[in-house]
Design a binder for this molecule. Sequence first.
Ligand code: HPA
Ligand code: ZN
Length: 343
Amino acid sequence: MIEFLKALPKAELHVHIEGTLEPELMFKLAKRNHISLPYEDAQALRKAYQFDSLQSFLDLYYQGAAVLIKEQDFYDLTWAYLERCAEQSIYHTEIFFDPQTHTQRGVSFGDVLSGINRAIVDGQQQLGVSALLIMCFLRHLSEQEAMDTLEEAMMYRHYIIGVGLDSSEKGHPPEKFQRVFEKARAAGFVTVAHAGEEGPAQYIWDAMNLLGVKRVDHGVRCVEDPVLVEYLATHKMPLTVCPLSNTKLKVFNTMAEHNILQLLDKGVMVTVNSDDPAYFGGYLVENYMSLYRHLAMTEQQAVQLAINSFNASFLSNSSKRQFIERIKRYSQKKSNSDTKLSD
Ligand code: HPA
Ligand code: ZN
């Protein structure tokens, strides 16, 4: 199964670039930038990655991101992730970045974006991986700070396809950012938002109704409202689900309890994603593999999840069609060779 999943053409729609910062690269950048980390080495840091909630993770995640200072640091970070994409047959990825995590520390928006974008251009040319960028607002910060960030992003409008909402969900409902998202949509950005990860099902309704989102990030708590599940299925509203993240942050106690395949069965357009792979113990293939191991995901379900990942992307319809054709050719070839083996 792992070989099948590794070569299956996939898209990733929910990955925070700051969450791809592996401990080894963190130490390398800390040294380069003369920053000291409160851990002996990468191994000791990895050991500290024990979380009991979203907030306990975010505290370490923001601490880790503090080693990112120069334009080249953002390039190196993004390049390392795109190399992983190439290894795992992730043909297309839609990457979140959190400018406020960096501008608050005095790093310029331009340096963040330039480093990430330079790696994206090289990744397309040298690795054949396509990537789009989504800028997230930190929801624990104020509406005004989000407005200021949006204003700054206007100058780089053509490098950013959409805006999203991340960080601490509880106590920071979608309505806090309604005016920011209205302005973003008027400027031509598509919108997405984290909702229903730790927050209630109502936040999923609010993300759709108040923020006009085209996808819901996480969204797994939708099951608490059967009318909502029905609505998501009928309207083909994609959910970018992150299985390893959900178990590491105790949204589900065990992978066996995860609801992604039940949602798939109900016709909800769920997709598989890694969220913050350096912190949660796996990239996209490891997330698919965990569904195979703990939920008995079949090859057919994996193929459907991969098809969903392209359909739910912000690619053009013709690109979506081409990628989905590749998936179909791939799974056809695989089932032909399986038949031969059993002859
Ligand atoms: N939820 C909210 N904010 C985040 C996450 C997440 O899973 N990952 C990085 N920032
Ligand atoms: Zn996330």
